[in-house]
Design a protein around this ligand. Structure first.
Ligand SMILES: NC(=O)c1ccc[n+]([C@@H]2O[C@H](COP(=O)([O-])OP(=O)(O)OC[C@H]3O[C@@H](n4cnc5c(N)ncnc54)[C@H](O)[C@@H]3O)[C@@H](O)[C@H]2O)c1
Length: 254
């Protein structure tokens, strides 16, 4: 499928790596111009430096001033947004007994508060009425917003809780946005091969356990996530809001 996002403007956070990079690349393939937002400007330059349809924006999703400056560039260059993807996220592992408040706050700041701050900053640009099409926000949650995989040997209650908060932010914003034609959905990936999971996947026992536990019998790719995001960001999904698309090879039904 191509050109579903012709003449559309999109913004993707955490676009320099993994899922975010694949999402930005897919939206470009579909014809959109993309604001690629990330903390890591060097990586953005390396990945998108040659691309005329990409605005490379260094911003921290936890920092209001940095987001205000970043979206100021989007406003000046694009004038509006049709699609926003809240993808930036971090993972930390640790047991409940040893979990510090600082680490809890850090995970919530990026995974839960970040999408709120970004969506609030992007609201004005998403609200430029296009008449003929809806606008879309997609939040990248996780299967871990719904189930707890601590049996993998990676206890991460703060990650679980932060993604649960993002799930409910998605549903609340879907209700808020509906009146002005802004749809808000979540994509919940299972285990995807990205730098985020590279360390865990080096361990064959973890990899084999994941493969045995996944009905479709393979680890996910960032492109699997990107394909779902492109659909939800397009007019093919014009009557879909407040829902979650699981992209997990069947993990959550097993
Ligand atoms: N990889 C998986 O298996 C998996 C599974 C479920 C959900 N997810 C979610 O997918 C999203 C992306 O994960 P990934 O695997 O591609 O990770 P990744 O580490 O490869 O990429 C994350 C990107 O986000 C950027 N980033 C981090 N903090 C930021 C901040 N404060 N402001 C701006 N940018 C920031 C990083 O610089 C990096 O480029 C995350 O929300 C993650 O929770 C990943």
């Amino acid at each position: 499928m191509t050109n579903r996002l012709e003449n559309r403007f999109a913004a993707v956070t955490g676009a320099a790596s993994g899922n975010g990079r694949a999402i930005a690349e897919k939206l470009l393939q579909e014809g959109a111009k993309v604001a690629a937002i990330d903390l890591n400007k060097d990586a953005l330059d390396k990945v998108f430096g040659d691309h005329d349809d990409v605005l490379r924006i260094e911003a921290n999703v936890t920092d209001e001033a940095s987001l205000h400056d970043g979206f100021g560039i989007v406003k000046r260059e694009f004038g509006r947004l049709d699609a926003l993807v809240n993808n930036a996220g971090i993972v930390k592992f640790g047991t409940f007994e040893n979990l510090s408040k600082d680490e809890w706050d850090q995970v919530f700041a990026v995974n839960s508060t970040g999408p709120f701050l970004v969506s609030r900053e992007a609201r004005e640009l998403l609200n430029v009425d296009q008449g003929d099409h809806t606008r879309s926000i997609v939040n990248i949650t996780s299967v871990e917003a719904h189930i707890v995989i601590s049996s993998s040997g990676h206890p991460q209650i703060h990650y679980n809780a932060s993604k649960g908060a993002l799930l409910q932010l998605t549903r609340a914003l879907a209700v808020e946005g509906a009146a002005t034609g802004i749809r808000v959905n979540a994509v919940a990936p299972g285990y995807i091969e990205t730098p985020f999971t590279a360390e865990a996947l080096k361990d064959d026992s973890v990899k084999n356990w994941l493969l045995e536990r996944t009905p479709l019998g393979r680890i996910g790719k960032p492109e699997d996530v990107a394909n779902g995001v492109a659909f939800l960001s397009s007019e093919e999904a014009s009557w879909i809001t407040g829902t979650t698309l699981f992209i997990d090879g069947g993990w959550t039904v097993y």
